[in-house]
Ligand binder design. Structure first.
Ligand SMILES: [Zn+2]
Length: 266
């Protein structure tokens, strides 16, 4: 199948390139910088990389960035042909994600939301695969591998936002490849105002799970658990149920609310 190349970070083999790549990320709200560092970019000082031991310490980072391989997006991977939805509850295990103002942390909220979305999508005729069903750590490359191994999939990563400024609030959705923007827009349009929050917009971001995804993919931030009001809402199971119904509506919107009939045959 013909593929379309997606821009990749330039050289990954120098400290300046790594730091430049790091700086390309938008303001890190979800999970905070410390969480992103632990998951994605190990803390790297530009001076230490030139010693052999420092290079060894950077190998996991290079492996994470290089081994998952192609940052290619399938040419035919548009929104009209997905029958499988890969739900990706953010974080898990030792990676708690964002800390809630009060209540359970991001990793548990995202897992609960994904578990609630699954049956709603199945009722609509989709096959649903979850990147995790328990409180376990799944590497980012493992999450995209699941998505990339299903040529009829769309990928939806679920997160809760966090900011040092407690007044920050709102719902936002990210995409990397422009093909994925409608998916992000559809979900955000349904979720944004369903529990008294508001839309912060659909945004481009180089998040790993989007950048290394060959399928339509979006990362949804359902609200700020650093904000006392939004956190109180998101900690409420009844509110989460309202949110997941909107997520399911948003995902299926492109198909009029129900999965298209799969084309089978020899
Ligand atoms: Zn997160």
């Amino acid at each position: 199948m013909k593929t379309q190349k997606v821009p990749r970070p330039q050289s990954l083999l120098s400290a300046s390139a790594i730091m430049g790549f790091y700086r390309q990320f938008p303001k890190v709200l979800h999970g905070g910088l410390s969480s992103l560092n632990s998951l994605f970019v190990m803390p790297v000082r530009s001076t230490m990389i030139f010693s052999p031991s420092a290079l060894l310490r950077c190998l996991p980072l290079l492996a994470v960035l290089l081994l998952p391989g192609c940052a290619l997006f399938e040419e035919g991977a548009d929104l009209s042909n997905f029958h499988t939805v890969v739900l990706d509850p953010g974080h898990g295990g030792y990676d708690h994600g964002a800390h809630a103002f009060r209540g359970v942390d991001e990793k548990m909220l995202t897992l609960d939301v994904a578990k609630r979305v699954k049956p709603l999508l199945e009722v609509r005729g989709y096959r649903v695969i979850m990147t995790r069903t328990t409180d376990v750590f799944i590497p980012l490359g493992g999450r995209t591998s699941i998505s990339n191994s299903h040529p009829d999939a769309a990928f939806v990563s679920i997160h809760c936002n966090w900011a040092g400024r407690r007044s920050a609030n709102g719902v936002e959705a990210y995409y990397f490849n422009p093909h994925s923007a409608p998916l992000a827009r559809n979900i955000l349009g349904e979720v944004a105002s369903c529990y008294g929050s508001h839309s912060r917009g659909v945004k481009f971001a180089r998040y790993y799970v989007l950048h290394h995804n060959e399928r339509p993919a979006t990362l949804l931030e359902i609200g700020f658990i650093s904000n006392p009001q939004e956190d109180a809402s998101l900690q409420n199971p009844a509110v989460r149920q309202r949110i997941v119904e909107k997520i399911a509506q948003g995902i299926s919107k492109i198909h009029g609310g129900h999965a298209p009939v799969a084309v089978t045959g020899s």
